[in-house]
Design a binder for this molecule. Structure first.
Ligand code: CTP
Length: 221
């Protein structure tokens, strides 16, 4: 691609772990594989890539040169606030918790203690509250039941203030394959191919669709 400088891409991936006490957490099954494949595909196409990775160790993550770690949604939010202004493209593939324990107990809760009642509180929205400039391009993800996929993805486009949404059926989580759909603000919908494809093949397909749009934004500056 003919750029004046390499496009700088920030990719978030993996789950968050929200602590209950100093040894236990509430997490989710995200493996970080999809985000890792996207980061690799972006690097292969000449982008400068930084990864913000949750607690996961997918194959290939080690080979990426610029990886920063978060554990909780709050840590991810803080990293994004600091890093995003220096990037052009955000791929928000992290599976952020929706709820977290309201209080974190000190030390370790013992088995002999009374079973703890864990009160949860909502995790504040990260992507939908992130400030972006007109020259930046944002790709959000949506994990949805297959029956509700497109309607929910369209609703998330606006709520997440994203330039497009990658909608995945629930079965994608922690799976080797993906059946992703790209949803654009003008109503257009693109499917990679009929049926599921590998996360690596889907990542290349996705990057080839998103990069020209992100490149076009750069000229706004
Ligand atoms: N996301 C976020 N902040 C949150 C939760 C999610 O920025 N607190 C981001 C995810 O990284 C993803 C997108 O929002 O890019 C959609 O995440 P998803 O879990 O599908 O949607 P939710 O907003 O959590 O809504 P719901 O669980 O009701 O579908």
């Amino acid at each position: 691609m003919n750029r004046q400088r390499p496009l700088r891409a920030l990719v978030t991936l993996g789950p968050t772990h929200e602590p209950m006490d100093e040894v236990r957490f509430i997490g989710n099954r995200s493996s970080g594989r999809m985000g890792t494949e996207i980061a690799r595909a972006l690097a292969e196409r000449g982008c400068g890539v930084r990864v913000l990775a949750g607690p996961c160790q997918p194959a290939g993550l080690d080979s990426l040169p610029d990886v920063r770690r978060f554990r909780t949604a709050e840590e991810l939010r803080d990293l994004l606030r600091t890093d995003w202004p220096a990037f052009d493209l955000l791929i928000m593939a992290a599976a952020v918790a929706d709820w977290r324990p309201r209080t974190v107990r000190a030390g370790k809760t013992r088995r002999s203690d009374a079973p703890p009642l864990v009160e949860l509180e909502p995790v504040p929205e990260i992507l939908g509250t992130l400030s972006s400039r007109p020259d930046q391009f944002v790709v959000g993800f949506a994990l949805e039941p297959a029956t509700d996929l497109l309607a929910s993805a369209r609703a998330k486009l606006a709520r997440k203030r994203a330039d497009c949404i990658v909608a995945n059926p629930l079965e994608t989580m922690d799976a080797p394959t993906v059946e992703g759909t790209l949803v654009w603000p003008d109503g257009a919908v693109e499917r990679a191919e009929e049926g599921a494809c590998t996360k690596s093949a889907f990542a290349k397909w996705l990057v080839d669709r998103v990069l020209p749009k992100a490149d076009a934004r750069l000229s706004i500056r």
